[in-house]
Design a protein around this ligand. Sequence first.
Ligand code: UTP
Length: 294
Amino acid sequence: MVKKIRKAVFPVAGMGTRFLPATKANPKEMLPVVDKPLIQYAAEEAEEAGVQSLVFITGRNKRSIPDHFDKAYELESELQEAGKTALLQKVQNILPPNVSCIYLRQAEALGLGHAVLCAEPVVADEPFAVILADDLIRGDGGIGALTQMAEIYERYQCSIILVEEVPPQETGKYGIVEIEDDDGQTANVTSIVEKPKPEDAPSNLGVVGRYILTPRIFDLIKETGRGTGGEIQLTDAIAELLKYEKVRAYRVKGKRYDCGNKLGYLEATVEFGLAHQELGEDFRGYLKRLSDSL
Ligand code: UTP
């Protein structure tokens, strides 16, 4: 029987240097898009896919993430006393009761591969998801990226990585895959390389922040030395995994916003603002007036 994806790992121990000074004392995963922090969008995506344990790999200056998911007794009683029930519900419903949070520390930011390895004691021998919250994804038809990937995982029963066509001159910002047996939505990965120069890239299919991985990856990360940028790269361990198991690439049905960079974050803010139930119409009016005045 295919094992369900019950655990999702959220590496949130990075330095977030592209967003300094906003990320000096606060993690970038707590940056809000309209009224929710990035990490909450990511947690909701995992819950929708049936995940029951959220495993956060945290580091320095990340206390606000556990605070966000903890019960806030004082705030809740003040909202209750003030009769602000709609707001109270928003605060209380951040996590459904069947979902638990586990926090592990990455003592030193040695890279994404190393952050994922920190989850081994909790994940053990199960397939699991990895979600990079700064890649915010709006799935078509309201179906989240991880839900889509879990379906592909059930079909192929192997590791699944999310990919997207990236501008050929930007391959140096991504892990890049080479593929075969492409049905337009999914394909077999034949090789993967971290941040290649455009002239060395095997394609322009870049890995974006979602993975479903088999537990063999942990042993392979342990054997992975420091790679690009002096970091222990998840990409290098996936390249090793290819020697033992199939890995399937999946193109998401939806749109990804790279909220780890300022322009992508602004785009997400505008588009999520336009789609917002309470604010959308007023915001559209404002943008129209603004564009007329430009
Ligand atoms: P990034 O490459 O986006 O790095 O990491 P970063 O430090 O967060 O941001 P910049 O590039 O300096 O602006 C990809 C993901 O891996 C996590 C980050 O938190 C992010 O979600 N990460 C990275 C770790 O958890 N630990 C690490 O050692 C490195």
